[in-house]
Design a protein around this ligand. Structure first.
Ligand SMILES: [Mg+2]
Length: 241
């Protein structure tokens, strides 16, 4: 293997960068990455968990790249070995996670109208993931039709943003970020648990080139793209002629 330039790493987002969103990467792309790895250190950083990233980049993903950061680096691999894990439970502690505060009461109070409430609440209002809490006022078990209906309702009545402003005030001391995304829910996670989280494992590199598709404000690559630790490269979908 040729001598790779020390202190330099090329770091890639997964979804929308190495693969189409939520799809498997093409053999051509995977081959290109292995060629690239002969000349520079290569890492990948995705928001999804390792099992999802393995589906997209292959079962041997942790060995195929020098660094693999799933869940933005909350789970970190170097040379095929696990070098770090972090979770909400460890970070906040069990006690802080067990709050007396009832999200369900808040949902009722902010109120979808009575008809909507009675007909459309479907369970799984709160989902604890390792790095975030996902809150859905209508419940994640709803059907696609109900999702679309809720999305429309929310646009008019701002259910999610009303809930977020209450929670932001209530839990101000925990320094949490609230992010409204998708149709029916919002995510809650500690400040700084975006893709910049993985940079703590890359201290030995003074030149970090980051490639991502959602580098604009509000996009999930924005913070790492803007970080002074990285040289950011926006990736665009190739136009098909
Ligand atoms: Mg992406």
């Amino acid at each position: 293997m040729a001598v790779r330039k020390p202190g330099l790493i090329a770091l890639f987002d997964v979804d929308g960068t190495l693969s189409a969103p939520r799809k498997v990467a093409t053999p051509k792309m995977l081959e290109f990455m292995q060629q690239l790895r002969k000349v520079v250190t290569v890492g990948v950083v995705g928001g999804s968990d390792l099992s999802k990233i393995s589906e997209q980049l292959g079962k041997t993903v942790t060995e195929d790249y020098d660094y693999v950061f799933s869940e933005n680096g909350l789970v970190a691999y170097k040379d095929g070995k696990l070098i770090g894990t972090q979770s909400l439970k460890t970070f906040l502690g069990e006690e802080k996670l067990k709050s007396n505060f009832s999200i369900i009461k808040l949902i009722k109070k902010i109120g979808l109208n009575k008809t909507f409430f009675n007909n459309s609440y479907r369970g799984t209002f709160i989902e604890f993931r390792s790095g975030m809490i996902n809150v859905s006022p209508i419940g994640r078990n709803c059907s696609q039709e109900e999702r679309d209906e809720f999305e429309k309702y929310d646009k008019v009545h701002n259910i999610r943003s009303k809930m977020v402003s209450v929670l932001r005030e209530k839990f101000a001391h925990l320094n949490l970020t609230f992010s409204i995304g998708g149709q029916i829910s919002f995510d809650v996670f500690p400040q700084g648990w975006d893709k910049t989280y993985c940079l703590r494992y890359l201290d030995e590199f003074d030149e970090i080139h980051f490639f991502g598709d959602k580098t604009y404000k509000g996009g999930n690559d924005h913070e790492i793209y803007e970080s002074e630790r990285t040289v950011g490269h926006p990736v665009q979908k190739k136009q098909t002629k």
